[in-house]
Write a protein that binds this ligand. Structure first.
Ligand SMILES: [Zn+2]
Length: 453
């Protein structure tokens, strides 16, 4: 990409990534406005008009590219996931573009919001994008409109909320709004409110909820559990990737999405059959589910723990071993690189996420997550190294993983082995190894629950 364009884009990206919360500093907003205006000015720059069409062969590439204006970002979809005290809104756009947030109070100075809206610049509304009726006690609705020729306005009509956060995910570009309300005294954990346009993942969620209701009535007594699950009644098992996203692929062609689905299915079955714990899978087949939906499912079903299962990969084909992550700043370059890979984005975007991570972690159970990661890593390594003493224990680590952002329960990401390492790829293709891995994760969960008392 030509340097002038990339510098301009970088400025826009950086500003877009600022996190807005209800207590946002006014200066931030002002500078965002200024930059949006600056970006507009640049687009309208008269210099561009003076560029004459010349045969592209002889032109330096910078001129050729400047001639074509960046196409508007298309707002393709708005979705939401609801619980009685938490709602997530996800606005998906075809690419990154600046936006600014505004609030309207019910009565001036009251601090009680009636509306939150944001203007997305350089954007067009796709014909398929629709308003949402929510009515979950937190938000009434979300409306989208082509406010100006190049600006899309998204309006959240507020019913009653305590706090909210706006942040963005990259590739594809998504604006996420997490809204928190007061916890009601009586929780009906399973709200059927999913009003996104009909598609595979929404149908999957509905089926999952129906299945869950059935299973609630018929949870079996467990042979393994002399241990009582106590407060841990429902665990969300999240096999990474799926569908169009294969995850990491080994030298012999083994795909991460297949390996982790198999481990996830085994873990879920053991949780149900042996511990009498409800296990909810974010996916139980080979389907693609976006990262923001996985966390939303965990929050929506009122999960007590969230376990995301992956297979590791590194450029260094010799890298091997087992490691477990929880959400925090990456302490090493390797951890940041892994987060970039699992987030499906660049290292640069990961460092932008790191800059705002603490603001997003207000509801994250940091200590409990670290403890869960510790128990699972220890137990998993013990299991696997019992069969193969050469297994490397890479320990518990921290990283900014999209899939853990916004989770309100202890949540971890397990990297079972390196699919990028030929020896470990062979192991990951062996159902016995996957069985041992599932056993190891269950041992860790059992140890975590036992320590809770
Ligand atoms: Zn993965």
């Amino acid at each position: 990409m030509p340097r002038r364009i990339s510098v301009c884009l970088l400025i826009i990206f950086t500003l877009v990534f600022a996190v807005h919360s209800s207590g946002a500093v006014p200066e931030k907003r002002k500078s965002a406005k200024k930059s949006a205006t600056a970006a507009k000015k640049q687009q309208k720059s008269p210099q561009r008009k003076s560029v004459k069409p010349v045969a592209s062969k002889k032109l330096p590439p910078v001129v050729a590219v400047e001639k074509t204006q960046a196409p508007p970002a298309e707002l393709t979809e708005v979705r939401h996931w609801s619980t009685p005290d938490y709602t997530r809104i996800a606005v998906t756009l075809s690419h990154e573009t600046p936006f600014e947030k505004h609030e309207i109070a019910k009565t001036p100075g009251s601090g009680i919001l009636s509306r939150i809206f944001f203007d997305i610049h350089g954007a067009k509304l796709s014909p398929g994008a629709r308003d949402l009726t929510i009515g979950d006690g937190l938000l009434k609705s979300v409306r989208v409109a082509q406010y100006k020729a190049d600006t899309v306005r998204v309006v959240l009509d507020v019913d009653n909320i305590r706090d909210y956060k706006i942040f963005t995910f990259s590739d594809p570009f998504r604006i996420i709004v997490d809204v928190k309300g007061e916890k009601p005294t009586e929780i009906s954990a399973l709200s059927p409110a999913v009003s996104a346009p009909p598609q595979a993942t929404t149908t999957a969620l509905r089926e999952l909820q129906a299945e869950l209701r059935k299973e609630e009535a018929t949870v079996k007594a467990s042979p393994r559990a002399r241990l009582k699950p106590g407060k841990i009644r429902r665990i969300v098992v999240d096999p990474g990737h799926g569908g169009k996203d294969p995850g990491a692929v080994g030298l012999s062609g083994l795909q991460e999405k297949d390996v982790v689905l198999s481990i996830g299915q085994k873990v879920a079955k053991k949780l149900k059959d042996e511990l009498g714990i409800d296990a909810v899978m974010t996916r139980s087949t080979d389907v693609f589910i976006e990262l923001q939906e996985r966390t939303a499912i965990a929050n929506q079903v009122g999960a007590d723990l969230f376990i995301s299962i992956h297979a590791n990969a590194a450029l260094n084909r010799k890298a091997n071993g087992i490691e477990t992550y929880y959400l925090n700043l990456a302490k090493t370059e390797k951890a940041a690189q892994l987060a970039a890979r699992e987030n499906g984005t660049s290292l640069e975007k990961v460092s932008l996420l790191q800059a705002v991570l603490f603001d997003l972690m207000a509801n994250y159970k940091l200590n409990d997550s670290a403890h869960l990661a510790d128990e699972v890593q220890k137990a998993l390594f013990t299991r696997i190294s019992g069969k193969d003493p050469s297994t490397k224990n890479l320990g518990v680590k921290q990283g900014p993983f999209y899939v853990l952002v916004g989770a309100t329960m202890p949540s971890i990401l397990v990297e079972s082995a390196f699919i990028s390492n030929l020896q470990e790829e062979v192991k990951l293709a062996d159902p016995k190894y996957l069985e041992e891995t599932a056993e190891g994760i269950i041992d860790g969960v059992v140890a975590y629950i036992a320590a809770q008392k």
